[in-house]
Structures are given as structure tokens and as C-alpha cells.
Design a binder for this molecule. Structure first.
Ligand SMILES: [Zn+2]
Length: 542
């Protein structure tokens, strides 16, 4: 009876479905449940096994008897019991007895053997590590040497390209320097072999050759100068023709005004007039446009230009070749530049040609001792020139005169010193401490240091190989300065950089020689104002 009642309860529990919504028919009163009641209820996801039980935490104890089948017993001789002692032995303890000291000694011996093995293993590991390090160092050195050789080759190749195709003033200095070297070697060979009238005749021939060489270089220089001036002018006109720009919140606003459009038109016309390879028809069209531009004005300049333009158009109509009109075309172009740069004809130029007045520093105006012209000192050289005495300033020359002087007889280029400075900066930048003095050095300073103070040779081996020479630190722990340096070859610098102890690195005689050179350098650089803060710093240290 009880079982059936329980089953009924289970059925009731299973059939009871959760209320998930529904509705009742208003007329019939029929109740409609949620559609889920048509499906079987989801199975119980947990099993009914007991989850928590305290019994597992306690050990179940069991009692078991350990009684052996035979009880242990000893027998002793007694009055009623006889025990035979015939097979008994007396064991002597001293034979197999080991003293504690012996055990200690043996342990120590074994420990020493073990330590020996460990030490030899560690030494072998260290040997392998050092071997690896040495191998890597050798490979690194080889790589560095290879890179430096490549840099040397690149530098020489670059010089060669610049000689063949000069594009800057420094390139022309290089060509003149080569010319001087050629002249020196030729005169030396002539004076060695010939004498008297023969020598004079050879020298005359040599001078003629030199003149033709200089003519060739000057032609190249003129062409380069013309190209440069055309580029400069074009740049100037391009800047004038740029539209007005403002920065808006999201974007920039560009506006073309009537003046910028005028500047653009003049810029385009200048470009057309500067073109070398244009057809005759295009050239004539450009000249007609030019005439249209000049028409409204009546001045000496515009009248002259109209006259020249008419002449060129007339010559083109007569069939004169373009090659014969180069001079006339250059003249028109130059006059057009005079026209386009005047604010009266090109109002945008007014903004570009405005001279900026800097009230905080007045310009230093000097007089050139050679050409007697007045000139404004460039900012970079102001401190140096002003640092000179009044008498020295009297003999100061302008850049143009210095260039002419260099070209005519000094003929020196600073390419080698530029390279040495670059190498010095790259080496110093690798050091943990570096002084900012390396960034204010000029190639001419390196030139003075190398040629006048260190006599253009390594102070250790006396090598004069230009590619090998470099400046390094004398005292490795102090910053590089002209009064803490040595001129050595690359390999010597490499070795010196690895020895840190200055006391044992140089001998007494060498130290004295170097300190003399350093004093000389200090004396020279003290005359240049930009080095004064560094000299003062150095004195503070001492
Ligand atoms: Zn001058």
C-alpha cells in the first residue's frame, strides 16, 4: 500500500509543470498553457549520488594480532641444563673496526676527487665560453675591418664621381687640389731631371698645360654657376607664386589671389624662356606672350626687353639657327628676371624681399683687406673673427677673396678632414660618455690639429696613410678634446681603446711628447671663442 502511494507522489511531482504563462478563454473559460507543457521536462542534470561524506576523512582502523607461531626465548646454562660451547667462537672487534677519523679522511678524499672533477668540468665550460667569445671577437673585428674598408672604397669612389661631375663648390675645390698635386709632382720630376734652359722650356710647357686645364675647369664652373643661378631664381619665383594658406580647424585653406596668379604666370614664362630644347614655334609663342606682358609698361627696362624680343622673333623668321642666338636668349632671360623680381611688376616679391630686422643683435660689418668692399659677417664666423686682434682683423678677407686665393695658389680641399671628423663623431657616439665639443668642430679645426700639431702622421708608427689616420682619446676615461687626443692609425686606435690603464699604457717619453702637443693645441684653440667654455671646464677639473 505504501509503495503505491509513493509512486503516485512521484507521478504528481513529475506531472507538475512550471507556470510559464498562458491565457484563459473569456467565453468558455478554457485555460491554455504555454506550449512548453507539450514537451517532456528536461532531465535532472545532477546525479543523485551523495556529494558530501565525512567518512572519507577518517582512517578506518583495524586490529590484527601479530603473535608469531613460536615465542622467542634464550637459554642460559643452569644447574639442570647443559649447553655445549664447542663450536663457539670469540670474535675480535679490532679487525673490522673502523675509526671515525678514518671515515672522515676517506670522505675528505672522495670529496676532493669530486671537487677536482667539478672544477675541471667548470674550467672546461669556461674554456669553451672564452673560446666562443674569442671567436666571436675575431669575427666581429673582421666584420668591422671589412666595413671600414668598404667605407674607404665608397669614399674614394664618391670623390672620383665628384671630380668627374662637380656639383658643388667643394667639388671644384677638390679639382683644384688635384691640380696642385699634379703641378707639384710635375715640377719635382722636371727639377730632378733637367736644368738650365731645358728646365725653363719644360716649365713653360707645363704652365701652358696648367692654363688649359684651368680653362676647362673654369668652363665647367661657369656652367655650374649659370645652372645654380637659374635654379635659385626659379625657386624664388616659385615661392612668390605659392597660394595663400591658412590652417582651418580640420583642413588647410588655400586661396589664390590676383597677385599670386600674376606671380604664377611670370614663373611659368620664366621657365619657358629658360628651356634649352624647345621648337622654334614654341619659342616665338613664348616671346609673343612676353611682349603682351610688357605692353602696358613704359620704362627703360621694358623698352629694352621689347626691342630684344622683336629682334629674336625677326631672327627666327629669317631662319637663324637656335645655337647662334644663345647670347641674345640669355640676355632676354636675365632682363626678364630683373623685371619679374621688381615688386612694381610682381607685387608678391614685396613680401619675399622684405629685409628682416633683428634688433637684438646688430650685424657686424667688416671691410675686406683684399677687395676693400664692406660685407656682413656670417653668423657662424662672427665669434671667431671678432675674437681676433685689431691688427688681425685689418687683414681679414671676405669669402669671395678667400675662395679666389684658395683657387689660385693654396688649392686645398678639406675632404680628408671632413671624413676624419665624421669618423671621430661616429666613434665618440659609441662611447658611454661624450663631450659636445665634437659637434662644434669644423673640418678646418681638424686640419690644423692634424697638419700643424700632429704633423700629419701617426704618433706611434709614423704612418702617413690618409685612409688609415684617425683621432682617438689619449686618456680613455676623459672626454675627447683637442687637448686629449692622439693621431694614430686605425689598428693602433683599436689596440689603444682596449687598454684602460693610462699609467702603464704609455712610457714617460711618449707622455711628455703628447703633453707638449696638447699644450700647443690648447694654446691654439684658446684663441677661438667657441672653444673657451670647454677650456674653462677642463681647468675646473684640474
Ligand atoms: Zn674681398
Amino acid at each position: 500500500m505504501n509503495e503505491t502511494a509513493n509512486d503516485d507522489n512521484k507521478c504528481l511531482q513529475i506531472s507538475k509543470k512550471p507556470f510559464l504563462g498562458g491565457y484563459r478563454h473569456k467565453v468558455t473559460g478554457q485555460i491554455f498553457h504555454h506550449a512548453i507543457i507539450q514537451t517532456c521536462p528536461s532531465p535532472w542534470k545532477y546525479n543523485f549520488a551523495l556529494q558530501f561524506n565525512r567518512d572519507t576523512q577518517t582512517v578506518e582502523l583495524k586490529d590484527k594480532s601479530q603473535q608469531t607461531p613460536k615465542d622467542a626465548s634464550t637459554q642460559v646454562q643452569a644447574r639442570n641444563i647443559y649447553l655445549s660451547t664447542a663450536n663457539d667462537k670469540v670474535l675480535d672487534a679490532t679487525n673490522s673496526y673502523i675509526y671515525a677519523d678514518d671515515i672522515k679522511k676517506e670522505n675528505l678524499k672522495q670529496i676532493i676527487i669530486l671537487q677536482k672533477c667539478i672544477r675541471s668540468w667548470l674550467a672546461f665550460c669556461e674554456l669553451l665560453r672564452r673560446k666562443k667569445k674569442a671567436l666571436l671577437q675575431i669575427l666581429w673585428d673582421k666584420e668591422q675591418l671589412k666595413n671600414k674598408r668598404k667605407e674607404d672604397a665608397d669614399w674614394l669612389q664618391d670623390l672620383e664621381i665628384r671630380r668627374l661631375n662637380p656639383k658643388t663648390e667643394d667639388d671644384f675645390k677638390l679639382i683644384f687640389s688635384d691640380l696642385q698635386n699634379w703641378w707639384d709632382s710635375e715640377t719635382k720630376s722636371i727639377s730632378e731631371v733637367r736644368s738650365g734652359a731645358d728646365c725653363k722650356a719644360a716649365m713653360w710647357l707645363l704652365i701652358n698645360t696648367e692654363v688649359t686645364k684651368i680653362e676647362k675647369v673654369n668652363k665647367k664652373k661657369d656652367k655650374f654657376g649659370q645652372e645654380q643661378s637659374i635654379q635659385r631664381r626659379e625657386k624664388f619665383l616659385e615661392r612668390a607664386s605659392k597660394s595663400k594658406m591658412w590652417q582651418a580647424s580640420n583642413d588647410t585653406v588655400q586661396v589664390h589671389t590676383s597677385t599670386t596668379m600674376r606671380a604664377t604666370y611670370l614663373h611659368e614664362l620664366y621657365q619657358t624662356l629658360s628651356m634649352n630644347y624647345v621648337s622654334i614655334q614654341d619659342r616665338v609663342d613664348a616671346l609673343k606672350n612676353l611682349k603682351e606682358v610688357l605692353k602696358p609698361y613704359h620704362s627703360k627696362l621694358t623698352d629694352n626687353m621689347i626691342q630684344l624680343t622683336n629682334r629674336e622673333i625677326d631672327l627666327h623668321l629669317r631662319g637663324i639657327k637656335n645655337a647662334h642666338l644663345k647670347g641674345l636668349q640669355n640676355r632676354i632671360r636675365n632682363l626678364f628676371w630683373q623685371f619679374a623680381k621688381k615688386p612694381v611688376f610682381n607685387p608678391e616679391m614685396q613680401l619675399l624681399t622684405k629685409i628682416k630686422k633683428d634688433d637684438t643683435s646688430s650685424p657686424y660689418i667688416m671691410s675686406c683687406s683684399a677687395c676693400k668692399c664692406f660685407y656682413i659677417l656670417p653668423i657662424s664666423s662672427t665669434d671667431e673673427v671678432l675674437g681676433k686682434s685689431v691688427i688681425e682683423n685689418y687683414f681679414t678677407k671676405c669669402k669671395k677673396c678667400l675662395d679666389i686665393e684658395n683657387e689660385s695658389w693654396i688649392r686645398k680641399d678639406l675632404e680628408l678632414y671632413k671624413r676624419m671628423l665624421k669618423l671621430l663623431i661616429s666613434e665618440e657616439e659609441r662611447q658611454p660618455t661624450k663631450s659636445s665639443i665634437i659637434y662644434i668642430l669644423q673640418p678646418s679645426d681638424i686640419g690644423y690639429l692634424t697638419d700643424k700639431i700632429w704633423k700629419h702622421q701617426s704618433c706611434i708608427s709614423g704612418s702617413k696613410n690618409d685612409l688609415e689616420l684617425e683621432l682617438t682619446r689619449f686618456c680613455i676615461n676623459k672626454n675627447w678634446t683637442p687637448w686629449n687626443c692622439l693621431l694614430v692609425t686605425r689598428q693602433e686606435a683599436n689596440v689603444l681603446s682596449k687598454i684602460l690603464d693610462t699609467e702603464t699604457k704609455y712610457d714617460k717619453k711618449f707622455k711628455m711628447g703628447a703633453s707638449q702637443k696638447h699644450a700647443e693645441a690648447r694654446r691654439y684653440f684658446a684663441t677661438i671663442p667657441r672653444f673657451l667654455p670647454y677650456l674653462a671646464e677642463d681647468f675646473d677639473v684640474f
